[in-house]
Design a binder for this molecule. Structure first.
Ligand code: PNS
Length: 162
């Protein structure tokens, strides 16, 4: 059985992430979406919220499992007996960070390969940070995230203003 792991912060999940999940789920027999739980970036969404939202949005994909991890990604990948990490690649600006991640992970465990799926054109500008920035000022994010995520984001910013 071919198992792939798609790791990330998913704070929150975007249409770009969901596109990579859908495409990866067609390549692998089983896809584990790994949500990082030791994020120094101070996530806006709790780990439970990020998992719950991802689970709802991947509900119709039978071979996709959402799980959390803390510590090293390679250990998480190994715990599933998997040997492939999937990352989305948007633009040249991703190159330095992604190559550093991939090479570090390869140094830590050379049985584990990182593969990249090129993001669709329409999502190449998209990131969780951009979505949060636009939502903070009540901009239109309807082409960036599913309605479920948009509602959650606007509510969060409303709560913060109170
Ligand atoms: O969505 P992100 O924030 O770009 O994902 C980054 C992630 C979660 C893939 C990366 O930070 C990670 O794997 N963290 C776990 C710690 C780890 O294994 N670090 C070693 C590679 S530098």
């Amino acid at each position: 059985m071919k198992i792939g792991v798609y790791p990330g912060s998913f704070d929150p999940v975007t249409n770009g992430h969901l596109d990579i999940i859908q495409r990866s789920a067609k390549i692998f027999d089983k896809l584990i979406v790994g949500v990082l739980n030791n994020n120094h970036k101070k996530p806006m969404f709790t780990i439970d919220e990020r998992v719950m939202l991802l689970e709802k949005l991947t509900n119709d994909m039978d071979n996709v499992i959402v799980d959390t991890f803390s510590g090293l990604l390679v250990d998480f990948v190994e715990s599933y007996n998997a040997n492939v990490i999937i990352r989305g690649f948007r633009a040249v600006s991703d190159f330095e960070y992604e190559i550093q991640l991939a090479q570090t992970n390869y140094n830590l465990n050379d049985n584990i390969e990182t593969i990249f799926l090129v993001t669709r054109n329409e999502y190449s500008f998209l990131s969780s940070s951009i979505v949060k920035e636009v939502a903070r000022y009540k901009g239109d994010i309807s082409n960036m995230v599913p309605p479920l995520i948009a509602d959650y984001l606007y509510n969060k910013f409303n709560e913060q203003e109170v």
